[in-house]
Design a protein around this ligand. Structure first.
Ligand code: BG6
Length: 458
């Protein structure tokens, strides 16, 4: 872990007038200021022709819509703000930025801008001296396939060392996702059974009841596999399947996660079912004959000693019956058991909107007979005000220079290598009705394990 001495001494965010700043960055900044964790200049860079007062007004408006304004904290935050207006392609923008940075020696640059602009910004940061001793934060998607991810990484590495690059996958900043490794490695009882001898299958469902929410143009470039499978879902797989990290070597957690991603068997078309909700093609920014998927179901294998032969199923989609992300780890049937594969023993981890850890077991049914019935031992943790929002957590860690919760270059590339063969039109896209669980073809993938698990109401 890096020491306090290496904390970033200025926070620059490009894309100050954009959507990401409005929805996520301003609320994270207020939360950091409230906890007393933000006391350095915060420099917004935008190309909207704004001035500092307009940046402050935008921040205030953002907070009113996302979590509320704490006026006393906001006054402190607003006093930290600086603003640089200019074209990201013009050297003069970076001269102005260098001036605003003043005495700052270790700035953090958050690129909350479209990926197509990353290379030019990175180049100008270097030419203007703004990249000296600096850190850079960027948002997924990190490329759109293996080749473009490698290209992006080469661009970043031409200026920044890997230890200064913070690739945000906000799933890694969720407390419920961090809990996966805590629950696995802070307890003794799981390790003996957490392998192919006892685990029958693993399912992860990320269901969203809403559509593309005005992001049709973005979605056309992405699709569900690029948007959430290559990153969020495969990070969850890596945490579920990794070997225990060593306590003495900080980087060992990411080493172990990356080992899982490298062991993923590249997907074959028959392991993937893509769907598109009826009505998607009428969304603004969407082609009338689009074949982009808003739903994907996949069957994955990890070629490792621990997981050989255990299927990992992933199902993600928009316009599904509910909004919930849930993992189901099903254990093999006990000998002689007369149960369906779905209601034998399992571990259930709800990752959002609430956090649940549940253990499925069978107990004696009340009454005369000596017969069993399924039950669940369940812990539910509702979000508490002590919890950090993922963006607050991740921004704070990046300021400290701790890369643990960020995607590493080799992991990003390994994840692309797994999904690359099934990107785009490698498989047909099937239409599904909004409010359904996706196209019926998806059921075939999990037929051997008793079907897809539907996240419960809680
Ligand atoms: C984003 C995707 O990364 O994650 C969105 O681009 C998706 O399409 C979102 O809706 C889900 O995040 P969360 O935290 O609401 O589960």
């Amino acid at each position: 872990m890096n020491s306090q001495a290496q904390r970033s001494d200025a926070l620059v965010f490009f894309g100050a007038s954009g959507d990401l700043a409005y929805k996520k960055i301003f609320p994270a900044l207020q939360a950091m200021a409230r906890r007393g964790r933000l006391d350095v200049p915060v420099i917004g860079v935008g190309r909207s022709g704004w001035n500092l007062e307009q940046l402050r007004a935008r921040a205030h408006d953002s907070l009113q819509k996302h979590g509320g304004v704490d006026e006393a904290v906001f006054a402190k935050l607003a006093a930290l703000f600086h603003y640089v207006d200019g074209d990201y392609r013009e050297a003069s923008t970076y001269v102005a930025l260098r001036k605003e940075l003043g005495d700052a020696k270790r700035p953090l640059h958050y690129l909350a801008i479209p990926p197509s602009v990353f290379p030019v910004v990175v180049e100008h940061l270097a030419q203007s001296g703004c990249s000296n001793n600096a850190r850079v934060v960027l948002e997924k998607p990190f490329g759109r396939d293996l080749a473009s991810a490698q290209q992006l990484n080469a661009t970043l590495h031409s200026v920044f060392d890997e230890s200064a690059i913070f690739r945000i996958d906000h799933y890694l900043g969720k407390g419920s996702v961090q809990n996966l490794s805590i629950f696995r490695f802070a307890n003794t009882f799981l390790e003996p059974i957490w392998n192919r001898h006892y685990i029958d299958s693993v399912q992860i469902t990320m269901a969203e009841s809403f559509g593309v929410q005005g992001r049709g143009a973005f979605y056309e470039e992405a699709g569900a596999i690029r948007d959430v499978v290559q990153n969020h879902m495969l990070q969850v797989v890596s945490l579920l399947a990794m070997e225990p990290p060593t306590a003495s070597y900080h980087e060992s957690t990411r080493d172990e996660q990356v080992k899982v991603l490298r062991a993923l068997r590249p997907l074959r078309p028959e392991q993937v079912v893509r769907g598109q909700f009826a009505g998607y093609r009428s969304e603004v920014g969407v082609a009338p004959n689009s074949t982009v998927e808003t739903f994907a179901a996949l069957q994955l294998y990890i070629d490792s000693w621990r997981w050989d032969g255990v299927p990992f199923y992933i199902r993600v989609g928009k316009c599904l019956p509910m909004t919930a992300t849930e993992v189901l780890v099903t254990l093999k049937r006990p000998p002689m058991a007369q149960t369906s594969p779905c209601d034998t023993n399992y571990f259930r981890f709800r990752l959002s909107p609430d956090m649940i850890i549940a253990v499925g077991a069978r107990i004696k049914r009340p009454g005369d007979e000596l017969v069993s019935e399924p039950t669940e031992l369940k812990v539910v943790q509702q979000p508490s005000c002590d919890d950090l929002d993922p963006y607050e957590r991740l921004l704070g860690e990046a300021m400290l220079g701790d890369t643990l919760l960020f995607a590493r270059q080799d992991g990003v590339e390994a994840a692309w290598a797994a999904v690359d063969p099934v990107l785009g039109d490698a498989t047909p896209v099937h239409t599904y009705e909004p409010g359904s669980w996706g196209p019926p073809q998806a059921a075939e993938l999990t037929a051997a394990v008793g079907g897809w698990h539907e996240p419960g109401p809680c």
